[in-house]
Design a protein around this ligand. Structure first.
Ligand code: SF4
Ligand code: SF4
Length: 571
């Protein structure tokens, strides 16, 4: 009798006699492809936005798919903005199948998995130990509680740790800009920074970059550390997946309690005992690893007829039923293992911290940060903070690099990493509305060019004003140094110009007759685009600078009473 072919080569039969396709087309193989596809799609969409050429691509797709973004913004604003309903595409499969998003789609999770796989130096025994469930994995549920309670009060902070926001922000601020800077001069044409001669720069790029490296690096200690310990989206999906119909089901008549299914368990969800449904990433690695074929992904009710109903006692009572081997009777734990008191404590801590957050002058109604210059189309500051998820999608798409992640100094703790304009880095282009097109949550409302410029049907409302320019005569070349300069007047893009000049001819300290044009500002014409500040040759602290005074979105910050604004009442 000829022997079965040895398990060699691509098309060889498997050791158990099943054809090669069963090995090559395993669910885990499909999952790897799917993860690769979504990771590539994620970076492709970010890269498209980075080029400021949207080309009809849904560049904010992953943010719109994120159920936590939808849920938290619905809590903080009582609305669901534009495309956020798309998160149902994730919610429904989660209710049926569990956390498939974490195992199959999430680009941040896939990145962690990839890094963990690349730098894997663990022995089999270490792998088993690293993949056992730990108490620290409760932390993500407590973080979720804090974020949800804050969102309920109107302070949206999920973007700090939501994986899609976090990866999108880190990619823009740290990875893409570092890539552009690292390109040698000969390859400068590949730099993806249109509209700017130099690579883009971002405030706090090193902090955001270091956080990314640190969080991904923690994989080397605990596989998928971020997903298991910190991820608030994972916690949210974990709560939903307790209702999932399908799950990994352990056949007690086959399971020998060898624990080998833990070897590559992504979620540390205890498939070898009572499966923690809320932790399971549905990665199917356990199905591959089980030498007894005791694990299946199925509707448990279907399997009841084929095996004892979940307990050895039941098995003993069933005449002719297969013998139970496993000593662990329970096969499922639905709810996350987190004590209610801890959840209550986290909720109370969040509720108590909210008043302190709002004491910040930058966000209180009584004061404001003159440097918190938000992009055109932004809603009023408190509504902005109830919507902005700090994804920095607007920063990525801005062709001039004017948008920067805010620091504490500009926008307080609550506004950290939300966009502000830094006119020393760039300026707001007159005809551009890109940031309003990509904002997934409506912190920047979608704008038409006519609305931005106050044309057509918006003529009566006038143009959107981002702030007002001021002169520092002590630094201005014609005023303070008796040196001719007309840069700000020349570059002012509005018509008629908001910057004019007094012509004077003076006898200078060196006895020369000098013709000067000393600039002044007409605030009713200024739209706060920042071009004058950007171009001012006094580069360290420009002699003309823009502050948030007079911005359209805040009626109480008017410098001039309504009728002075070019005769048009502001909206
Ligand atoms: S509208 Fe202004 S701030 Fe927004 S992307 Fe365009 S240039 Fe940048
Ligand atoms: S304002 Fe910018 S950072 Fe905030 S949600 Fe919109 S796109 Fe994201």
């Amino acid at each position: 009798m000829s022997e079965a072919p040895a398990n060699k080569g691509f098309f060889a039969r498997n050791a158990d006699g099943t054809p090669w396709v069963a090995r090559r087309l395993r669910l885990t193989v499909w999952r790897t492809f799917t993860q690769g596809f979504f990771l590539a799609l994620f970076f492709f969409l970010l890269w498209t936005a980075w080029f400021s050429r949207l080309g009809g691509y849904p560049v904010s797709l992953f943010l719109e798919l994120d159920p936590l973004v939808t849920f938290a913004t619905a809590l903080s604003t009582h609305t669901v903005y534009r495309w956020l309903w798309r998160s149902l595409w994730i919610v429904v499969p989660t209710l049926l199948l569990g956390r498939v998003f974490c195992g199959w789609i999430c680009p941040y999770g896939s990145l962690h998995q990839l890094v963990g796989w690349l730098f894997n130096i663990r022995t089999n025994r270490m792998k088993l130990e690293r993949n056992r469930y730990r108490q620290s994995y409760q932390l993500k549920y407590l973080l979720l509680t804090v974020f949800v309670v804050l969102a309920g009060f109107g302070a949206l902070q999920i973007g700090l740790l939501d994986p899609i926001c976090l990866l999108a922000r880190s990619t823009t601020v740290a990875l893409f800009s570092a890539f552009d800077s690292a390109l040698p001069a000969s390859l400068a044409g590949l730099a993806s920074a249109p509209g700017t001669v130099e690579p883009r720069v971002f405030t706090a790029a090193w902090v955001i970059g270091l956080l990314l490296v640190g969080l991904v690096g923690l994989n080397l200690l605990i596989p998928r550390f971020f997903c298991r310990v910190l991820c608030p989206l994972g916690a949210f999906l974990g709560l939903l997946s307790r209702f999932a119909l399908w799950r990994i089901d352990r056949d007690l008549t086959r399971c020998t309690d060898c624990d080998l299914c833990l070897r590559h368990c992504e979620g540390a969800s205890d498939p070898q005992a009572a499966l923690r449904k809320s932790e399971c990433f549905v990665c199917f690695n356990c199905l591959d690893d089980c030498p007894e074929d005791a694990l299946r992904f199925r509707l448990p009710a279907l399997s009841a007829a084929r095996r004892p109903a979940g307990s050895r006692a039941a098995a003993a009572a069933t005449l002719g039923a297969p013998a139970v081997i496993s000593k662990r009777a329970a096969t499922e734990q639905r709810a996350p293992a987190v004590a209610r008191r801890r959840v209550l404590l986290a909720a109370a801590a969040a509720a108590l911290s909210f008043p302190f957050l709002r004491r910040s002058k930058a966000v209180s109604a009584r004061g404001f940060s003159p440097k918190a210059l938000r992009p055109p189309g932004s809603v009023a500051e408190q509504a902005f903070l109830a919507r902005c998820i700090k994804c920095d999608q607007c920063l990525r798409v801005c062709p001039t690099n004017v948008l920067q992640p805010a620091t504490f100094a500009e926008a307080g703790l609550e506004g950290l990493w939300a966009p502000v304009m830094d006119f020393r880095v760039g300026f707001c282009q007159l005809n551009c509305t890109l940031c309003s097109e990509v904002c997934p949550t409506g912190a920047i409302q979608k704008l038409s060019r006519d609305r931005k410029l106050g044309r057509g049907t918006y003529a009566a409302a006038g143009p959107l004003r981002l702030g007002t320019a001021f002169f520092d005569r002590g630094r201005c070349l014609p005023w303070a140094m008796e040196t001719p300069c007309v840069v700000c007047e020349e570059v002012c893009p509005v018509s008629p110009k908001a910057i004019g000049a007094y012509e004077e001819t003076i006898t200078r300290w060196d006895g020369q007759r000098v013709a000067l044009r000393r600039p002044y500002l007409r605030p009713e014409l200024c739209i706060g685009c920042g071009l004058c500040e950007h171009e001012c040759p006094v580069i360290d602290q420009p002699a003309v600078y823009v502050t948030a005074v007079g911005e359209t979105r805040a009626k109480d910050r008017s410098l001039l009473l309504g009728s002075h604004r070019g005769g048009a009442a502001r909206p």
